[in-house]
Design a protein around this ligand. Structure first.
Ligand SMILES: *Cc1c(COP(=O)(O)O)cnc(C)c1O
Length: 393
């Protein structure tokens, strides 16, 4: 079945009684009882399928989990309260019976770096960073660190670099490590990490999957080998999504493939227009033929879907000019987050990369004149007109 069909059918229309609801209800009950204590006992013992307590599972989350597992062709999924809860839980599950050591991509989401440095490392997990776009460097880091897991993003933030998931998965498997891929920026329309050999694909569902800026959530999709262990862990630590958020996320996913096609088409037009603007020094975009990872993108991404994040550098601009430019925007929302139906712009130096020293930022290639645009589904001409008037000031 194609992804557009799965997005509107998978997980829905379970038969709870004589009639079937066309969409999954919001099940708010925290616990369940049965005709007999004998039956409840069998459910607790996993001898019979059924719900008993909402931290373990509930029908609203089960529907979203079936849907997201289907979108990425995984064995099963776990719906979490946020993208960060998903990343943390996936790391704990991956390291459960492996060496307490992680090799992480040097370009990752700020809060992910924070989990690694401020939560896991003080807890005794060894953390090492490597450039995952340089496979020789990655191999050397893996040989030295002997990690229990490798952690990467399909498309990195904010410079939009793309590592070769399939080759990195081979390196992970050869080292006995699990590969966790944060697939938030790419979405299952562009990449399905489990098909490329990853063990866990995690999402901030707050972004493209939810898509409307009104729900915080996360998802972990995993394979048969890790699924039971992941659920057992989640039962104990309780990172679960609420049923109302589950409903909103599922509602968002039904139109996600359509939105993503539009997001991506708009991003191509906006990136091309920016490249020709005299005040724009450099555009970072996965659809650019001159992108440093163009060969990997051609090999791994579908034709014409490159993602919808565009970062660009404004000629000679420092903090004051960037503030003036972003204050002048009338349509594009100058807010944190990404992947909503409306276009949004963020200044990495002020927000996501604020805590990193200017020298380290410079080494990462994140300059003071860089902004990150999440291209929405508005008419491309209107997004371009807004950029044009704001750049002109
Ligand atoms: C937003 C984001 C996260 C964190 O997700 P939350 O839902 O905010 O917890 C993790 N990774 C990436 C790539 C993100 O964009």
């Amino acid at each position: 079945m194609q992804i557009h069909t799965k997005a509107v059918h998978a997980g829905d229309r379970k038969k709870p009684g004589p009639a079937t609801p066309v969409t999954t209800p919001i099940h708010t009950a925290t616990s369940y009882f049965y005709d007999s204590m004998e039956q409840l006992d069998r459910i607790f013992a996993h001898e019979e399928q059924g719900y008993c307590y909402s931290r373990y599972d509930n029908p609203s989350n089960a529907a979203l989990e079936e849907l997201t597992a289907s979108l990425e062709n995984g064995h099963g999924a776990l719906a979490c309260a946020s993208g960060m809860a998903a990343i943390h839980t996936a790391i704990l599950a991956a390291l459960n019976d492996r060496r307490k050591s992680i090799v992480a991509a040097s370009a990752t989401y700020g809060a992910t770096v924070s989990i690694l440095m401020n939560v896991l490392e003080p807890g005794g997990v060894a953390v090492r960073f490597a450039d995952i776009c340089n496979l020789d460097e990655l191999r050397a880091a893996v040989a030295e660190a002997k990690p229990g897991c490798i952690l990467m993003e399909t498309i990195s933030n904010p410079l939009l670099r793309v590592g070769e998931i399939d080759k990195i998965a081979e390196i992970a498997r050869a080292a006995g490590a699990a590969l966790i891929v944060d697939n938030t920026f790419a979405t299952p329309m562009i990449a399905r990490p489990l098909e490329l050999g990853a063990h866990f694909s995690v999402h901030s569902a707050t972004k493209y999957l939810g898509g409307h800026g009104d729900v915080l959530g996360g998802v972990i999709v995993t394979d048969r080998e890790h699924y039971d262990n992941l659920r057992t862990l989640a039962r104990a630590i309780g990172p679960v999504l609420g049923p109302f958020e589950s409903y909103l996320t599922m509602r968002g996913i039904k139109t996600f493939p359509l939105r993503m096609e539009r997001h991506c088409a708009n991003a191509c037009r906006v990136a091309q227009w920016l490249s020709g603007h005299p005040k724009v020094e450099r555009v970072h975009f996965t659809g650019d033929a001159a992108h440093p990872d163009a060969a990997a993108i051609r090999r791994l991404f579908p034709p014409n879907l490159y993602g919808a994040m565009v970062s660009f550098e404004i000629q000679g601009a420092a903090r004051a000019e960037i503030f003036r430019f972003m204050d002048a925007l009338k349509l594009i929302v100058p807010a944190t987050s990404l992947g909503d139906v409306h276009s949004m712009m963020l200044y990495p130096v002020m927000s996501s990369h604020r805590e990193i020293s200017p020298k380290h930022r410079e080494r990462m290639g994140i300059r003071d004149n860089l902004v990150r645009l999440s291209v929405g589904i508005e008419a491309a001409e209107d997004i371009i007109a807004d950029l044009e008037q704001a750049l002109g000031k």
